[in-house]
Design a protein around this ligand. Structure first.
Ligand SMILES: C[S@@+](CC[C@H](N)C(=O)[O-])C[C@H]1O[C@@H](n2cnc3c(N)ncnc32)[C@H](O)[C@@H]1O
Length: 213
């Protein structure tokens, strides 16, 4: 049974809980756009404010990702991940590169500075572009004000705006960048987040004025 939504206003719904339990009870949506934990035990030491560990960040949730491709959407599923996780994931139709305005550390001696993140795109039978966009998307990094691995709303908007699909799902919602983007584009969306503090932040962000594209 579906739990009572944590937030439900203006076509935006947030569930607080484990997406593995909630997903089977949701109706199919048009499009999934999600950013699961990368499975790298993220905890930045390079920041003034040290963030908490991210829930579920000990391994990539492959079973859930497979479900999101096979069962959750009619049109398309987009999944963010690190470049080196590509071989673990089902073969995608495209892999988008989110190119950031600066790079992060990694191995300073034997690794190039990391300036992009991958997003695998799975086209499903109902898929249609509104406007076909290239597979390289430029967007400045956020200051991670709301979440340690926050995605820029503008990046999520570029992906959503390219695709036909009124109902959007992000089962690894974090601070709600996907729902914020969906709201700005007048779509409807469902988010699921296991940590209550991020549900609260996402709900607060949805309460803000609609931001221009
Ligand atoms: C990479 S973060 C998403 C960040 C988000 N894109 C943003 O812009 O803020 C992944 C999120 O998934 C949540 N999470 C991990 N396992 C989960 C699960 N089983 N069900 C629901 N949420 C989960 C984590 O708490 C974390 O906030």
């Amino acid at each position: 049974m579906l739990p009572k939504p944590y937030y439900n206003e203006g076509g935006m719904t947030i569930y607080h809980g484990d997406c593995r339990e909630i997903l089977p009870h949701l109706p199919k949506v048009d499009l999934v756009l999600t950013d699961p934990p990368y499975g790298i035990e993220f905890r930045s030491n390079h920041r003034f404010i040290k963030h908490d560990k991210i829930a579920g960040d000990d391994c990539l949730p492959l079973d859930t990702i497979q479900y999101l491709i096979d069962e959750a959407a009619w049109n398309a599923t987009y999944v963010f991940h690190r470049w080196d996780q590509l071989p673990m994931l089902p073969k995608a139709k495209s892999v988008l590169a989110w190119v950031k305005n600066n790079w992060s550390m990694g191995d300073l001696e034997h690794e190039h500075g990391r300036q992009w993140e991958a997003c695998s795109f799975y086209a499903l039978p109902g898929h249609k572009f509104i406007e076909r966009i290239p597979d390289v998307l430029f967007a400045n990094k956020t200051g991670n004000e709301f979440h340690p691995t926050e995605k820029p709303v503008i990046l999520m908007k570029k992906i959503l705006a390219a695709n036909v699909g009124h109902t959007i799902l992000d089962p690894f919602l974090g601070s709600g960048s996907t729902l914020r983007a969906a709201k700005d584009l007048s779509r409807e969306a469902i988010g699921i987040e296991i940590e209550e503090k991020y549900c609260e932040i996402a709900a607060r962000r949805l309460g803000q004025e609609v931001l221009p594209f």
